[in-house]
Design a protein around this ligand. Structure first.
Ligand code: ADP
Ligand code: MG
Length: 441
């Protein structure tokens, strides 16, 4: 379907022309007309399939075509779980409303509260915010939401995982009038917490689901390697980084301290590397993301802070240095590659401590992964046969995993490398010089 067929406001179509997209993706084709008709939506589709425009286009259209309910209150509020994602969504919104009478502000935790208060006094039409800080401003009566026409939750399930349910409810209560339209978007919307809050926040929602969250992503090749211990993981990582044709990579780790430690290690292999975690100052976080997006460095080591929503076209590889506890984060982490029709590869390292998380991922995806091996770096670990006691998976509260214990060092001999498919169409790769001498990590 062509975007020109949606009957979007012509002024919006003009600014949208800036993106150069003619054909809508499936989620856009299905969600945009429902949202334009004023319906509440529970919308899901795979990572990288264009959900952002699926809600931003109807939101801007609404402002052009309907009268405001109140003079001063924001008309559209978009909530997302992380500051990095908020900035990205804000940038897309700014392109859509550039040169119009519509104004917008960004309201993030970690940034100056008083400046944000002043920005609210300018009566912006759009607010893009992280939920905790938005709820703080409501509490302080810096903003009122009686006139809010559209409440949009992107990565709705993650905001619940992170413990924002109370803030979401407070925001919902402040904007609780019948003419409000509410949209939930994510690649994974099928958990019970989402259904619960959806019942409170959404009014007779239309469910728009393109595929299932468990469906195999056709543009992402998955590889899984068993590992014996930390040193083995690091040796494999070094092998991949040296031998694969990588344009940019994101390496996900469970702990904040691991992001720093691994970034230093990878940096010592002469690879331009940065780290991102929630302990960093806001300015440091912003700088790392800007530099990575601009290609100033090639490998980003991050916690799950970067697992949701971030859209960087040149990420050709994602590494799971360990396996995330909430199984759906596996989908989101690996979904940082293979976006908008590009191909990507995801490589997951599974050690003894990851085993049960890995099994949860397989269960969630209803899939059994083929295990790959690198010649010379074969594992002795073959999995854990004994069944663990049935255990309800605890809801993640953004708690870092305990730091990996020091494992006994086992020198791993490295031989000639046999790796599977290394083709990366559409990517301009960087290549590390192959190591001349073998060296234990
Ligand atoms: P999602 O939220 O589903 O993970 P995004 O909204 O971040 O995906 O979009 C992924 C990428 O696809 C972005 O770079 C976006 O600009 C691009 N994109 C969005 N819609 C289209 C389209 N109709 N055609 C081509 N590319 C698109
Ligand atoms: Mg998104």
């Amino acid at each position: 379907m062509l975007f020109s067929e949606f009957d979007l406001d012509s002024r919006l179509m003009k600014s949208f022309g800036h993106f150069g997209y003619e054909h809508a993706t499936e989620i856009q084709e299905r969600a945009i007309p429902e949202a334009m008709a004023g319906k509440d939506l529970l919308a899901s589709s795979k990572t990288g399939s264009g959900k952002t425009l699926a809600y931003l286009l109807p939101a801007v259209h609404r402002l052009y075509t309907r009268k405001a309910l109140a003079k001063r209150d924001p008309r559209v509020l978009i909530l997302v779980p992380t500051r990095e994602l908020a900035k990205q969504v804000y940038a897309t919104l700014r392109t859509l409303i550039a040169g119009t009478r519509f104004s917008s502000i960004l309201v993030l935790g970690g940034e100056n509260f008083n400046d944000q208060h002043k920005n609210f006094q300018k009566d912006p039409h759009f607010v893009v915010a992280t939920p905790g800080r938005m709820a703080d401003h409501l509490k302080q009566r810096n903003v009122f939401l009686e006139g809010l026409e559209m409440l949009i939750l992107d990565e709705a399930d993650r905001m619940l995982d992170l413990g924002f349910a109370a803030d979401l409810r407070a925001i919902n209560n402040a904007a609780n009038h019948r003419r409000r339209q509410t949209l939930f978007f994510s690649a994974t919307l099928d958990n019970t917490d989402v259904n619960e809050i959806a019942q409170e926040l959404l009014h007779e929602p239309v469910r728009v689901a393109i595929g299932h969250s468990q469906d195999e992503h056709q543009d992402i090749k998955q590889y899984v390697y068993l590992c014996d211990h930390l040193d083995h993981k690091q040796a494999l990582l070094e092998h991949f980084i040296r031998s694969l044709t990588i344009k940019q990579a994101i390496i996900f780790t469970a702990t904040k301290s691991d992001t720093v430690r691994l970034a230093e290690l990878i940096g010592s292999w002469d690879v331009r590397t940065g780290s991102l975690n929630g302990d960093m100052s806001q300015s440091a976080r912003s700088k790392v993301m800007d530099d990575f997006a601009r290609g100033k460095f090639d490998v980003l080591v991050s916690t799950d802070l970067a697992s949701r929503g971030l859209d960087i076209a040149s990420v050709s590889h994602v590494f799971n240095f360990d396996i995330p506890k909430p199984a759906e984060e596996f989908v989101h982490r690996t979904g940082r590659t293979g976006r908008a029709g590009f191909k990507g590869e995801a490589i997951s390292l599974v050690g003894p401590k990851d085993w049960f998380n890995f099994k949860d991922v397989e269960e969630f995806l209803k899939r059994t992964f083929v295990l790959s091996k690198v010649e010379g770096l074969e594992p002795t670990f073959t999995g854990i046969a004994s069944k663990r006691a049935p255990q309800k998976q605890a809801k993640p509260k953004n708690k870092p995993k305990p730091k990996a214990n020091k494992v006994q060092k086992k020198p791993v001999a490295r031989k000639k490398v046999v790796f599977q498919d290394q083709t990366q169409q559409g990517f301009e790769p960087f290549r590390l010089p192959k190591k001349k001498t073998q060296q234990d990590v």
